[in-house]
Design a protein around this ligand. Structure first.
Ligand code: NAD
Ligand code: TYD
Length: 370
């Protein structure tokens, strides 16, 4: 494959079939870019604003890869994005860029409105102008894939069936409300303007490079640091967990074979209560990295005040993507969680470097008064 650009952003000629990935320095975006390049599918232009959650170190292994270019910027910066589209002429835009943490959306929703709603709107408009400039074969090949969440469907009762693509949107948190809003914009830009969009709604991800504000990496980090393992409420909230590499393979399947204008639910068929996850992590750590005092990590578990408006249960029915596109996850929860714990044990430097002062301020804000 010939180069699209050097990672230092030096101009180069456009590469056929390149893709523009937004939010590429975050958890799932980085996993997606690394896997895309590992499969040698085509060149990638990565765009990221590098908020607290964006970390260029996640893309360090492709920093000098001639198939990859990193651009620092905001999806809402129409001039910048229009310039990138004009210069690289990607065959697809894959939009991961978002504010993604529910607890942060409760403490400060403004950034969520700015990026998830207004940023997505601007990205759509910029992409629409680019799409309108394409010739017919280019138009036929072009896709805009928007990465969304199961949280837009709200909370399930204990015995209700898992969410299908036909469930009503009932978002309950500022995060899920802004993701729902962005999903609606995507749909409208397809229906009204003919932009060839695809939407994926995925369950909770876990795996390498996840910022340690989210449940699984937070518990691993706190366990190893001798800190309390803070379980919200009674710990019986249920989530469907998917290993991040499986989410990335699902997105590739949708990009390749998904039907324009359709939404696809993605899940791991691994529904678990939060407290089960925390116990499992403690068991694995007890075996793989026992505490020096001979006691168990389970003793660090503490139940603390609940998250306001905390959704009780999410579960995904991924039958549509399985039957239409032949996608199913490769990892079970057991294999995925073992890989994840191993990655965090093997990469203490990565965790140490994301523990900035701002991160410590966040822990203080979210956990001190519960
Ligand atoms: P993340 O918070 O780890 O990464 C988000 C990335 O977007 C960061 O690198 C950040 O710098 C970047 N970003 C934020 N605002 C931006 C802007 N205005 N312009 C450009 N870049 C910007 O999130 P994640 O967990 O990797 O999630 C990625 C996407 O997947 C999100 O859209 C999220 O809603 C969705 N999703 C996440 C999960 C999950 O379990 N993590 C599950 C389903 C869907
Ligand atoms: P999180 O990883 O924030 O993902 P989401 O809210 O998008 O599902 O949280 C997963 C679950 O874990 C959620 O029910 C909240 C719970 N949780 C805790 O109990 N303690 C914590 O410290 C965190 C961060 C989450």
């Amino acid at each position: 494959m010939s180069p699209v650009a050097s990672s230092n952003g030096a101009p180069n000629r456009p590469e056929e079939n390149s893709i523009l990935v937004t939010g590429a320095a975050g958890f799932i975006g980085a996993n997606f870019v690394l896997a895309w390049l590992a499969h040698d599918l085509s060149a990638v232009v990565s765009l990221d604003k590098l908020t607290y959650a964006g970390n260029l170190e996640n893309l360090a292994s492709v920093a000098n890869d001639p198939r990859h270019a990193f651009v620092h910027g905001d999806i809402g910066d129409a001039e910048l994005v229009a310039g990138l589209l004009k210069r690289y002429r990607p065959m697809a835009v894959v939009n991961f860029a978002a504010e993604s943490h529910v607890d942060r959306s409760i403490h400060g929703p403004a950034d969520f409105i700015a990026t998830n709603v207004v940023g997505t709107y601007r990205l759509l408009e910029t992409t629409r102008a680019f799409y309108d400039s394409l010739n017919s074969p280019e138009k036929a090949a072009f896709r805009f894939l928007h990465v969304s969440t199961d949280e837009v469907f709200g909370s399930l009762g204990r015995d209700e069936p898992a969410f299908t693509e036909l469930n009503r949107y009932q978002p309950n948190s500022p995060y899920s409300a802004t993701k729902a809003a962005s999903d609606h914009l995507i749909r409208a830009w397809c229906h009204t303007f003919g932009l060839p969009v695809l939407v994926t709604n995925c369950s909770n991800n876990y795996g390498p490079y996840q910022f340690p504000e989210k449940l699984i990496p937070l518990m691993i980090h706190h366990a190893l640091s001798g800190l309390p393992l803070p379980v919200y409420g009674d710990g019986q909230q249920r989530r469907d967990w998917l290993y991040v590499a499986d989410h990335c393979s699902a997105i590739r399947a949708v990009l390749e074979r998904g039907r324009i204008g359709e939404t696809y639910n993605i899940g791991g068929a691994s529904e678990k209560a939060n407290i089960e996850i925390v116990h499992r992590l403690c068991d694995i750590l007890d075996a793989d990295r026992p505490r020096q005092d001979g006691r168990s990590y389970h003793q660090q578990i503490e139940f603390i005040g609940d998250r306001p408006g905390h959704d009780r249960r999410y579960a995904m029915d991924a039958a549509k993507i399985a039957s239409e596109l032949g996608w199913t996850p490769s990892e079970t929860f057991e294999t995925g969680i073992r890989k994840t714990v191993r990655w965090y044990l093997d990469n203490p430097g990565w965790v140490g470097r994301v523990m900035s002062g701002a991160y410590r301020d966040w822990l203080q804000k979210n956990y001190s008064n519960r």
